[in-house]
Ligand binder design. Structure first.
Ligand SMILES: NC(=O)c1ccc[n+]([C@@H]2O[C@H](COP(=O)([O-])OP(=O)(O)OC[C@H]3O[C@@H](n4cnc5c(N)ncnc54)[C@H](O)[C@@H]3O)[C@@H](O)[C@H]2O)c1
Length: 355
């Protein structure tokens, strides 16, 4: 049994982390931590009933990691509260599953990578979309080299309206708007499907074009609350776009928005273009030519149960000694690109990341 502690038992901590461990035959939740005492007590009670044994509860991840011997620590705190519990968990000798974005600060992400090396443990970053059935199937065509030389990618999520409520719009806690919320997912998946090339230069643009607005007759967006009236502080952007240039010569165009006056994307859109072939995530298709004829290979898969895959992979890696698919080093590269987008948007100049 892998002894697991979960830090941050809010929306994603409960719905994805705890539910996935509860379902997993080799995972046992022995401790939780959260700064909200009421939430902590409720979740503790629920877990004790469902698992039939005591679950220790703490006001911080640091207190949890120093008190309980844990094989694994799973972290789902708000973006700027990722660093401290991760360092404490590594120091205590646990493997870590850390939500995206790994951090919103490059220096913190670098310290996590260094700490993991020292502790001889690894950190897996929660890039959930890499665990989708459709994405994993398409990735096989990329790995097999069937796209030829990849020169361009597009990754996008545009919501007509879909601003998450609470801390997400508070820069101090989130580190950014859609760039730090849906941006890490879109950027990571597009970058991964291009073969994770080394970024050299970033040109970014962000704006808060719409912000709060009082709309009636709004359909409930499938994940979050309608409209964006419940955000006490709203000092982040609501739109971000960037062009990232890679060492391979390829470029990636990223665009994410919580609010646009245009059609709403049904989900994450990724397209990758190569000299021999291309691919599209939605619907999952591989484009090529054979015998001087266009061929489209339709992959009859949906996203599937990606949380089950992600958390199953985490537990399997601990049990088998295998390295996780989404290593801390790749989480760090994503943080570098996100930070460069922010910096470029602020300065109005390209940011150079490599030679
Ligand atoms: N992988 C995914 O699909 C996915 C989806 C949504 C959100 N996320 C990420 O998950 C994280 C959590 O998001 P959420 O929507 O669940 O937020 P949330 O606000 O619903 O939950 C966060 C929880 O952490 C607690 N908390 C706050 N600071 C803490 C601290 N320092 N120590 C311990 N507990 C603390 C809060 O009390 C709350 O219960 C974010 O980083 C977000 O980007 C990932």
């Amino acid at each position: 049994m892998v002894k697991v502690g979960v830090v941050g038992v809010g929306a994603v901590g409960r719905m994805a982390h705890l539910e996935s461990y509860l379902e997993h035959p080799d995972a046992d939740i022995v401790a939780i931590a959260d700064t909200n005492p009421e939430n902590l007590r409720q979740v503790q009670q629920d877990l004790e009933e469902r698992q039939g044994h005591e679950v220790a509860a703490f006001a911080s991840g640091e207190a949890m990691s120093s008190a309980v011997g844990l094989d694994a620590v799973s972290i789902a705190t708000p973006n700027t509260a990722h660093f401290t519990p991760t360092m404490a968990a590594l120091e205590a000798g646990s493997f870590v599953l850390l939500e995206k974005p790994m951090t919103v600060d490059v220096a913190e992400a670098e310290q996590i990578v260094a700490m993991a090396k020292r502790a001889e443990r690894w950190v897996m970053v929660g890039m959930t979309h890499r665990f989708r059935d459709d994405a994993r199937a398409l990735q096989r065509f990329v790995d097999a080299g069937e796209l030829g030389s990849i020169y361009y990618g597009e990754a996008r999520i545009l919501r007509r309206r879909g601003t998450p409520t609470g801390w997400y719009t508070d820069q101090k806690i989130s580190g950014g708007g859609p760039l730090m919320d849906i941006g890490p997912h879109a950027l990571d998946l597009g970058w991964w499907m291009m073969g994770c090339p080394e970024p050299l230069r970033v040109s970014g643009y962000t704006t808060k074009a719409i912000g709060h607005d009082g709309l009636d007759f709004l359909d409930r967006w499938k994940t979050y609350t309608p409209g964006n009236q419940d955000n006490a502080v709203y000092d982040t952007e609501d739109f971000a776009t960037a062009l990232i240039y890679f060492k391979t010569g390829a470029t990636l165009h990223l665009t994410v928005a919580w609010s646009v006056n245009g059609p709403q994307d049904s989900g994450l859109k990724v397209n990758v273009y190569g000299s021999q072939g291309g691919l599209s995530l939605d619907p999952p298709t591989v484009f090529a030519t054979r015998h001087r004829v266009f061929t489209d290979t339709h992959v009859p898969l949906t996203a599937g149960d990606y949380y089950k895959e992600e958390f199953g992979h985490f537990i399997r890696c601990i049990m088998t000694g295998q390295a996780p698919t989404v290593a801390a080093e790749s989480g760090l590269t994503v943080v570098r690109m996100l930070s460069a987008i922010k910096e470029s948007a602020q300065s109005g100049k390209d940011v150079i990341l490599g030679e």
